[in-house]
Design a protein around this ligand. Structure first.
Ligand code: NAP
Length: 256
């Protein structure tokens, strides 16, 4: 295998942790996000090839795909860029917030995938296989009050993943979905709550959540399976979170 992975949303959280882990394991990586300074720091640390690109901008995505092709290609695409904005009800939500969530989590994922499929096919021709991993969420599998736009976007990202797997049938390209529950990353909830740090700390209070590194390990373990093994869907949650509605706070103790 070629072992060069394009990771979107690599400037923080799960994306950055995945670039770090892949680099430790000897992979080449291409780190994609909008913030050049963060990507430059990650590139200096890991040797990643950094490409500044907004996944919602088709021209930037096309240029990114050309640069990936010209600098060695890729046999893995990790569609991780995404996020949530707001916790308002369906009744009170802002369409602008919903549009942002659809643009990045769904249309951005589609645009990047379409632009890089020729590159992945070239890798599959030369090296036998290629892989696409889409990072959705348990929010794409179960709805919750206030989840509206994010639930809808991640349900849609999940649907796109399933359709893509059907459409690529017969090609040596696996299509996998990784759906994490509560992950404590530096920016996700802070961005969702528009910078309100006090409220953003609450979901992680008195609970052991997943870390970005936990999710990265699961993503990488899916990639490390023999290339004919397609793990369609991997759902991972912290032990303390048995469903989207059940998060145990306080110590976990065996029952008497
Ligand atoms: N944290 C959780 O609890 C959790 C749980 C399940 C699923 N997820 C999903 O996991 C993924 C990563 O989340 P995270 O927790 O690591 O959050 P994060 O730290 O906020 O990371 C989001 C990444 O996406 C990038 N991004 C956002 N908009 C972009 C755009 N238009 N173009 C290119 N890159 C863009 C951001 O970089 P720039 O701002 O530099 O562009 C950042 O690197 C997301 O898809 C999220 O929905 C998170």
């Amino acid at each position: 295998m070629l072992q060069r992975a394009v990771v979107t949303g690599a400037s923080s959280g799960i994306g950055a942790a995945t670039v770090r882990l892949l680099a430790e394991l000897g992979w080449s990586t291409v780190a994609v996000a909008r913030r050049a300074d963060r990507l430059a720091a990650l590139a200096a640390e890991t040797g990643a090839h950094a490409i500044v690109c907004d996944v919602t901008d088709e021209a930037q995505v096309a240029a990114m795909a050309r640069e990936v092709a010209e600098t060695g290609g890729a046999d893995v695409l990790f569609n991780n860029a995404g996020g949530a904005l707001g916790t308002e009800s369906v009744e009170r939500a802002s369409n602008d917030d919903w549009r942002w969530m659809f643009e990045v989590n769904v249309i951005g994922l589609r645009t990047v995938t379409a632009a890089l499929l020729p590159v992945l096919r070239d890798a599959a021709r030369a090296h036998g296989w290629a892989s696409i991993v889409n990072l959705t969420s348990t929010a794409g599998h179960g709805s919750y009050p206030g989840g509206g736009g994010y639930n809808a976007a991640k349900f849609a990202a999940r649907a796109v993943t399933e359709v893509l797997r059907l459409e690529l049938a017969g090609e040596p390209i696996r299509v996998m979905e990784v759906a994490p529950g509560l992950v404590h990353t530096e920016e996700f909830t802070l961005n969702r709550l528009r910078g309100d740090a006090e409220s953003a700390a609450k979901p992680y209070a008195d609970v052991v959540p997943l870390t970005a590194e936990d999710v990265a390990r699961v993503v990488v373990s899916a990639l490390e399976q023999p290339p004919h093994v397609n793990q369609d869907l991997i759902v991972l949650r912290p032990v303390a979170q048995s469903s989207v509605f059940h998060t145990h706070r306080g110590p976990l103790t065996p029952k008497a």
